[in-house]
Design a protein around this ligand. Sequence first.
Ligand code: B12
Ligand code: SF4
Length: 515
Amino acid sequence: MKILLYNPDNGVTRNFMPHLWMFLLQSLTPKEHEVILIDGNARAMNEAELVRFCKDENIELVGIGAMTRMIARAYKFADAFREAGIKVVMGGPHVTECADEALGRDGGPRHADAVALGEADETWALIVEDAAKGELKEIYQPEVDAKGNDKKPSLQPYPHIPWETLDLDQFSLVPTFMRGLLSKMGDGWGKFFVVPIETGRGCPYGCEFCTVTGFFGDSIRFRTNESVVEELLRLKARARKEKGQIAVFFIDDNLAINIKRVKSLLKDIIAAGAQLPWVAQISANLLKDEELVDLIAESGGKWIFIGMESIDPANMADVNKNFSRPGDYQAVLDRLAKRHIYAITSFIFGMDNDTVGVADRTLEQVNSWQPGLPVFGQLTPFPATPLYTRLEKSGRLHRPKHWLEFAPFVMAHNPLKMTVEEARKETIHAWSLSYSPERNAEAINTISDAPIGYRIGHLIARFFFRGIYFPQMNKRAWIKLLMQNRRTIFALSKEGYSTYRSSKRKHKVKFADAS
Ligand code: B12
Ligand code: SF4
């Protein structure tokens, strides 16, 4: 049987990091079946095109995964496949929490023939076999333990994802029109991939807005260090062979949740020479450990994603995230910057203690810290979170099924001290000021003592991060962005070129001395 695994696009950015679930399920598919992957973020197709593709390829089963934010799009695609007579199974965090919605048992239309609840590592093979026999059931659920909780995959052993041979071209971050030019630079930048790797699952912290503790559970499971190191070595070999760049996103919700384990993993990466540039999510409270931050730097860590959420401790208490203290943020960022590691700082607006002006107050703080990549969202009640339950009980949810009428940056409940429209404006304001050409120039100036390569990387990262909010899906949008930032680009290119020339000269002198 031929299977398509499909992830709908997020409507903002085009090619970004691929979704791990697709590669994982592909690896877990019994060998007699063939699996094709399409990520709508990288390979844009509308419903009719995808249905035609499935018909041409004789696809008999489509597996769709989506976050809540993309679920309305996912349902549209699922409906089109089912209309064409192709079976659809859906999985992921949203349908796990809203299985009745996907199966049309809540009075709405049906979108999926089957849903996979929770982690599907151990149910996927069965789903495929049942589909091949024409006996697909409606619900697949992991086995449960004596207390009725899902038995979670141990991640030991962990499936082999053949990164070294997979066709990753659709995920290169370098826009097609820039590939030729960039492939000639240094070690080769014609291809640049960010590859997702997990080293563990689960988070015990239980922040009120987050689905992770509910979905993956509060007990954490880790892969072995050997299996992670082996995967990194294969990726490193591929980057070298293809003269491209590969960076890794360790997608664990909190890479340092167990400090002893993460230190041992990073030491093993260093010992094996398996370093690749990497990004990971780590909460601020765990970044006080100097040895850990040293190991992060030595093992290739470049960017740390920190869920700062708010600079107001009252808000942090409201969402059960008191363990992360706004007063500590500056010291944490300084500690990272000393090793040329910078932070992706994530903030949420529309919290219950937020008032108009929250964006300016937050930016005042952010701009006084080491420059990073700030991102801004709004407090969103995802299904089955404690936040959803609290707002629903208090009658504050005015769009209880907000995902079915998805509107970016329009809140689904009324914050206590501002309106929904005010929260939207604060969010736009924060994004606009954080990635304006002036702010980009200022941020680059603040790190003028950092190596030139690092500063160029920082500017490029700023261009991509801007794209999380402002659509940057075509050549025109990119050219406009480059023109707006031409002064900073020119200054960095000039310095980069003279550094390159003088390093070449030094190299020649050294060579002459030696001969
Ligand atoms: C990496 C990541 C991202 C990446 C992008 C995704 C990518 N390319 O990988 C980035 C950083 C961009 C991102 C952004 C956002 N993210 Co995010 N992200 C994650 C993260 C940390 C890891 C995802 C992952 O790969 N997990 C590991 C895999 C193995 O797990 P999985 O995807 O759940 O898949 C398993 C099962 O769900 C199931 N499954 C999944 N799909 C399918 C499909 C089929 C057919 C089947 C059978 C089974 C199945 O099988 C898999 C194996 O067991 C998760 C948290 C987490 N730990 O999962 C949050 C998470 C998915 N993100 C979340 C959110 C909210 C967001 C944002 C909306 C945040 C924001 N406010 O901006 C944005 C959306 C951005 C956008 N416009 O697309 C929420 C989603 C909640 C929800 N109900 O939708 C999560 C769960 C985190 C949270 N705090 O609750 N994210
Ligand atoms: S620390 Fe992160 S992953 Fe864990 S519950 Fe809080 S927001 Fe979710």
